[in-house]
Design a protein around this ligand. Structure first.
Ligand code: FAD
Length: 472
């Protein structure tokens, strides 16, 4: 009998999983699943303990979903990526594997790992990879000169044109099968710290993610354009953790969106949310075109000459949400408490760290990865390089967010701020973005810091640092 192996990585689902569907196409083949935990690799890249928990829980639920389909999931742990090739070689020999099916990951280390695995398996095992975590394969949306777009808007237009030519199809989950499986060899524990998840925010399970997608596409997506920038409103999908770990696919998102909002591709209702899915694609396509991004090098080379300030107490204040700028602090506390932060606030706090504290954006990028349940190299690096003005299509370096006016615009009454900074509960709306002014007027001592920098001065210093780097 032929035996097919599906190597699960960032694709922890049975629905619309290209590698799984391909492995199950031959009804006579025996199909085995494998998930390899690599805690050494996770440590090296500071994966958030909440994301480790999210993955752990979804590996368990994947194992049940596969078992109902007559597929056994093995879960194994190796130190790091270097050990994967050797492990897979011996696994394939022991299990008499004829073919390996897997979905591509686009980060450089992951691609090198996969190349090493294919080499180790040689001709004994036929390997097939799939572009599963994207709507369109990297390298397939290019300029007339066959180059990757460096600016989002023309990429997005070309992308939508390609979608008009043909939508990527979803593939169904393998059919349920009554097969008695051996007792699953499930690993009892990852050798990696995990942190509990608030399941009211991130319910566990593939079906939960699908339900959340359906619910969001029914109505909230129509109001997305008006609501998405206001962190006090639950106006975005909160699907990022599922997309980052592959509990949900972007094709499922696209098809559900078009089912409820058929005009989304033509710029009608739902098109702004579609645009966010295309941002996700843009950053993934960029990783493949410019692998240096995976090494955290700036896209714009001269920005590497910026002389960053190394002020540990300021960095700590930013991490802990104690900068004295309420919108920044509320956002950081949301991140530290839940593992998620609203997109508008990710832009605000990233800009603050880089442009107000003149801190190297890579430190912020790393800290985000250590906290985010949806940590994703492409989106996170893209977001940080955008905010730091070091990336492709980034905000120009002289455009600097004012953290106080950002708060006034996007959380005018301070509803979000009060939710995360209980020490400001009694501050009147008028002063919620400048509580120190109120405290001085009232001659009160607030249990909240004064601003750690003066924004106008910081702006001038940052402009000078970028200018100097540009000229050097
Ligand atoms: P929605 O607004 O509902 O968007 C739907 C989906 O589109 C998201 O789930 C996400 O997969 C994708 N998406 C939305 N905005 C972006 C974007 N700007 N770039 C890429 N994809 C996007 N997103 C991550 O998934 N992981 C990260 O590690 C990450 N780090 C970021 C760091 C910074 C500094 C910035 C500015 C943004 C970052 N983002 C990241 C993008 C964005 O903030 C989140 O995807 C979004 O807030 C997730 O919430 P949501 O699922 O409700 O998004």
């Amino acid at each position: 009998m032929t035996t097919h192996l599906v190597w699960f990585r960032n694709d922890l689902r049975v629905n619309d999983n290209l590698a799984l569907a391909a492995a199950c196409r031959d009804p006579h083949a025996r199909v085995v699943g494998l998930f390899i935990a690599t805690p050494g690799q996770w440590r090296q890249h500071d994966m958030a303990p909440r994301q480790a928990e999210f993955i752990w829980q979804h590996v368990q639920s994947l194992s049940h979903a596969l078992a109902q389909r007559g597929i056994e999931l093995r879960v194994h742990e190796v130190a790091d990526f270097n050990a994967c090739a050797e492990y897979l070689k011996s696994f394939c020999e022991q299990q008499h594997i004829d073919a390996l099916f897997y979905n591509y990951q686009y980060e450089l280390n992951e691609r090198q790992r996969d190349a090493a695995v294919e080499k180790a398996l040689g001709r004994d095992v036929v390997c097939q990879g799939f572009d599963d975590s994207v709507l369109l394969p990297p390298g397939s949306v290019t300029t007339g000169n066959h180059e990757m777009y460096k600016v989002f808007t023309p990429f997005s237009k070309a992308f939508i044109k390609r979608l008009h030519e043909g939508l990527p199809e979803c593939v169904p989950a393998p059919k349920a099968r009554e097969i008695t499986l051996p007792e699953p060899e499930i690993l009892r524990e990852f050798d990696y710290s995990r942190q509990p998840i608030d399941e009211s925010l991130f319910p566990i399970g593939e079906q939960q993610a699908i339900n959340q997608l359906r619910q969001f596409c029914r109505q909230p997506v129509a109001d997305y354009e008006q609501q998405r920038d206001f962190p006090a409103i639950d106006g975005t999908s909160r699907l990022s953790a599922y997309l980052a770990t592959g509990v949900l696919s972007p094709r499922q998102c696209l098809h559900r969106l078009l089912k409820e909002h058929p005009q989304a591709l033509e710029g009608g209702s739902g098109s702004i949310w579609l645009n966010e899915l295309i941002w996700r694609e843009f950053y993934r396509h960029l990783l493949v075109a410019y692998p240096k991004l995976c090494r955290h090098q700036p896209f714009i080379s001269w920005t590497d000459n910026v002389v960053w300030r190394q002020d540990e107490s300021q960095f700590l204040a930013w991490q802990q949400g104690k900068t004295g700028f309420p919108i920044v602090d509320a956002a950081m506390r949301q991140l530290n408490t839940t593992g998620w932060m609203h997109n508008r606030l990710r832009m605000v706090v990233a800009s603050f760290l880089v442009k107000d504290l003149l801190c190297d954006w890579r430190r912020g990028e790393r800290y985000f990865m250590s906290q985010l349940i949806d940590g994703d190299l492409a989106a996170n690096n893209g977001g940080w390089q955008w905010a730091a003005s070091t990336g492709t299509d980034a905000a120009p370096y002289f455009r600097i967010f004012n953290p106080t006016t950002q708060g006034e615009r996007f959380d005018a009454q301070g509803e979000f701020i009060r939710r995360w900074l209980p020490e400001l509960t009694d501050v009147p709306d008028k002063y919620i973005h400048t509580p120190w002014v109120w405290a001085e007027k009232q001659q009160l001592k607030l249990d909240y810091p004064r601003p750690i920098v003066e924004h106008k001065q910081a702006r001038i210093a940052t402009l000078a640092a970028y200018e100097a780097a540009r000229k050097s």
